[in-house]
Design a protein around this ligand. Structure first.
Ligand code: ATP
Ligand code: MG
Length: 454
């Protein structure tokens, strides 16, 4: 239909880029890009009209682009263009151009494929850089000199690594070397754009690939030095510790295999972020990372802010998981008491299952017996959690006696004593002194109030 409209206007047009790539890869793809030799806006207008009622057309005159939406269809029209860049910015000077000019400005050979939509040449593939071959060989390669491609628009370095991760492709060595050489240029890119690419890496099947490529290219040092700081092993008196970066990569992939929750994946990536700052050598003990969970959790707001990740409930969630990630292990190292399990349930609330997924993923020892022992212990903890939750309903703890009732019974005004009595009840329930029930709780409040001489 687009082709017919274009023929009527005597405009050459092609579907190009991601949609063609995904078609050949048999991947789902929702946005369609159409490039028009001439005015993209004119064709968009004609196409929108032919679709009739319920069609939404948005025109962006200053960019020479237009978008047509109807139901789930979304087509972006753009005039073929030629771009030239200045060193200081990733915003190019844009002129009208040919299809070939337009393909030259594309980032990778696999993203430069175009299929003609005009009737006479319908379905003809235009592949000037061997993109189809690269798709089959699973290679990411720039169409032109990679140093120019990356220096012109350094976001493409992030895109290369993101596509390699998302599609499980390899970056051609010459292309990859150019990323390393141009890495400092990443500094001119808006943090939001980098964050978008990082999120796409995190949503991939094996996100560690992206982080490893970022590390090897030297980009990681620039965009996320705290993660880079996890690398390496110190040895003293013949004792080394785990390479925390490599361990983190395993934990991340383990979690990704279990869950699509991107924030749980971030928690996995960040769970040991406090280790470098807390690392100490202790005579007789060896390497220690005391309170690394707590210090790690404290580092997160500034990391999220700098990376332009959202400073909302997602941050709170990641912070909570990082903070609590050592609790289940401490729990199984001692004897598993009901009281400790109740306290963990209380603090984790509805995120308890995610926390246990993270903790299971955190067991990365090569010693199979050790792995089995930990996993068995965790099953024990989970079983206890289920039992206690059934009995005491701690996960979404609501105090069985409210402040209002306490004030009424003891004729108290709102004061700190009311809070103290409430928290005494909470502790008594978590410690298993009383059941999580109204009458028992009220009796308990009366008892301690009497002790306080009320
Ligand atoms: P996805 O939609 O899965 O992120 P995509 O390849 O469709 O992948 P888009 O950002 O939608 O990526 O861009 C559409 C097309 O525009 C790309 O296939 C590519 O040809 C071109 N493109 C996008 N960003 C750039 C860029 N920074 N430099 C050069 N070409 C680009
Ligand atoms: Mg796209």
């Amino acid at each position: 239909m687009i082709g017919e409209r274009a023929d009527a206007l005597s405009l050459e047009c092609y579907v190009i880029g991601g949609w063609v790539r995904d078609l050949l890869l048999e991947r789902q793809s929702k946005d369609i890009d159409v490039v028009v030799v001439g005015s993209g806006i004119k064709l968009a207008e004609a196409f929108a009209q032919s679709l009739g009622k319920g069609t939404h057309l948005s025109v962006f005159r200053s960019f020479g682009t237009a978008q047509v939406k109807k139901g789930t269809i979304e087509v972006e029209f753009v005039g073929a263009r030629k771009e030239s860049y200045h060193r200081e910015s990733r915003n190019p000077i844009v002129e009208d151009g040919t299809l070939e000019d337009d393909q030259n400005r594309r980032d990778f050979t696999i993203n430069a494929l175009a299929i003609c939509l005009n009737k006479e040449r319908y379905g003809e593939m235009l592949d000037p850089f061997g993109g189809v071959e690269d798709l089959h060989a699973r290679i990411i390669r720039t169409p032109l000199d990679p140093d120019i491609t990356f220096s012109d628009d350094p976001l493409r370095m992030m895109r290369a690594i993101r596509f390699a991760t998302q599609l499980n492709f390899n970056i051609l060595p010459e292309t990859f070397d150019a990323i390393s050489r141009n890495r400092e240029r990443i500094r001119i890119i808006a943090k939001e754009r980098i964050a978008d690419e990082l999120q796409k890496i995190m949503r991939s099947e094996r996100p560690s690939r992206g982080w490893q490529l970022l590390d090897r290219s030297g980009l990681l040092d620039i965009i996320f030095p705290e993660l880079s700081a996890l690398k390496g092993v110190d040895t003293r008196e013949g004792k080394g510790h785990k390479d925390v970066f490599l361990h983190t990569m395993k934990v991340l992939d383990n979690v990704a295999a279990e869950s699509d929750n991107v924030w749980l994946r971030w928690a996995a990536l960040l769970h040991d972020i406090g280790k470098p700052r807390t690392k100490q050598w202790e005579e007789g003990t060896g390497w220690t990372f005391k309170n690394h969970n707590y210090i790690g959790a404290k580092m997160l707001p500034s990391i999220f802010k700098r990376l332009k990740l959202p400073l909302n409930e997602h941050l709170d969630y990641v912070r909570k998981l990082v903070d609590l990630h050592m609790r289940p292990i401490h729990l199984v190292e001692d004897t598993v008491t009901d009281s400790a399990v109740r306290r963990l349930l209380f603090e984790a609330g509805d995120d308890i299952d995610d926390l246990m997924t993270l903790c299971n993923a955190d067991i990365t020892s090569r010693n199979e017996q050790k792995v089995k022992r930990y996993q068995d212990n965790y099953s024990l903890v989970r079983q206890k959690m289920v039992e206690l939750e059934e009995r005491d309903r701690i996960r979404n703890f609501q105090p069985p006696v409210m402040g209002d009732e306490i004030m009424q019974v003891f004729s108290l005004p709102p004061c700190s004593l009311v809070g103290e009595l409430k928290s005494a009840v909470k502790d008594a329930i978590l410690d298993g002194i009383i059941p999580n029930e109204h009458d028992a709780a009220l009796a308990y409040v009366k008892k301690i109030a009497a002790e306080k001489g009320l």
